[in-house]
Ligand binder design. Structure first.
Ligand code: B12
Length: 294
């Protein structure tokens, strides 16, 4: 003789409605039905439900807990993310502390599992509080000889893929807001700053045409004439001589259609004290783009 649902609920601490919902949704436990009347649970069912309950308390989502019980061989991967309930990520510091070592181990598979847990967080938070700080710390590690070039490349391409996926998922190419064409300063290969900025603008409804890094100024001219965007956004990370930056700003400004704004930002623009013509914004802060009338 099995247990009735009321008893199972008391034994496991799982409400009756939840037991029924899980049965319908996941079918992991299908209790006997006596003459199709009431449910009858075995000891094995109760033990399984207690395990699910425990996994949820450890921080798994119900779908993950069910998956784990169906495929126990995946335990090592999923176990890495136990005790990291996404609701706890008020600060993404812990997420960073978890994700970075996994990436430095070149373990894309485990990184994916971790990301599923953070996946419920808004993209803006992931970019500004997880990916950017992680990239900065990789840069420090590289400069201090703790992070190899291969590790830096791996983390960078992982982040790049996420940013591009976000951009596509938001529909960055179809935004109905201002149109921005984004790239980096000629010779500057650092594209993650501007790629993140592109996602952040797309989240505000901007339409983004992302051209990748290292675009010659003359190409910007052609693209500007063809697309007639509201903004051309260039990122400069490596420091250049102030006179070079001034010449670039002047040339691009002259080449672009009059109505198009030029924004240039990134660590390499810090301290620029040269002239800033009309319809040019030199700033590290992407939100400032939204304050200019287009
Ligand atoms: C990944 C990386 C690379 C990759 C880039 C690959 C790619 N696809 O992007 C590669 C391997 C190519 C690379 C190469 C080099 N790198 Co590198 N790199 C980095 C690293 C680790 C991350 C860069 C990044 O993506 N940052 C992303 C975000 C976090 O930063 P951000 O660019 O500042 O963006 C923010 C703002 O500035 C702003 N912003 C950025 N752009 C724009 C644009 C607009 C319009 C606006 C409004 C705002 C805005 O928004 C962002 C968010 O706030 C940094 C470390 C670091 N601190 O950034 C080093 C770093 C930038 N590199 C460095 C160096 C030295 C190099 C090399 C010279 C190394 C070498 N000897 O070959 C080369 C130079 C290559 C070149 N010609 O550009 C140094 C630069 C030091 C310096 N200031 O002189 C750094 C700081 C590492 C370090 N700690 O020493 N690098």
């Amino acid at each position: 003789m099995g247990y009735r649902i009321k008893t199972v609920s008391e034994l496991t601490g799982i409400p009756k409605n939840t037991l029924i919902a899980w049965e319908r949704r996941y079918g992991l436990i299908e209790p006997d039905r006596h003459g199709n009347r009431y449910r009858s649970y075995s000891d094995k069912d109760v033990a399984l439900l207690k395990r699910i309950k425990r996994l949820i308390e450890e921080g798994y989502k119900i779908s993950e807990a069910v998956e784990l019980l169906r495929h126990p061989e995946r335990q090592p991967e999923v176990a890495r993310v136990a005790n990291t309930n996404s609701a706890d990520f008020d600060s993404l510091e812990r997420a960073r502390a978890e994700l970075l070592p996994v990436l430095l181990d070149f373990d894309a598979q485990r990184a994916e599992v971790l990301l599923q847990r953070y996946g419920t967080l808004p993209y803006a938070r992931l970019i500004e509080e997880l990916y950017y700080p992680m990239l900065r710390s990789v840069g420090e590690g590289w400069a201090e000889g703790r992070v190899s070039i291969a590790q830096e490349h791996f983390v960078t391409s992982f982040c790049r893929e996420r940013f591009l996926a976000m951009l596509m998922q938001i529909g960055g190419a179809r935004g109905s807001g201002p149109h921005a064409v984004c790239t980096t300063y000629p010779g500057d290969l650092h594209e993650l700053g501007i790629l993140g900025v592109s996602v952040l603008l797309a989240l505000s409804g901007w339409r983004i045409t992302y051209l990748g890094p290292n675009l010659p100024a003359t190409e910007l001219h052609k693209t500007g004439r063809t697309l007639r965007p509201d903004w051309v956004c260039t990122s400069l990370v490596m420091p250049v001589a102030s006179s070079d930056l001034e010449a670039y700003i002047q040339m691009v400004r002259d080449l672009l259609p009059k109505r198009t704004w030029l924004a240039i930002g990134g660590a390499g623009t810090k301290g620029y004290a040269g002239p800033v013509p009309a319809r040019v914004l030199v700033s590290e802060h992407w939100r400032e783009l939204m304050q200019e009338p287009v």
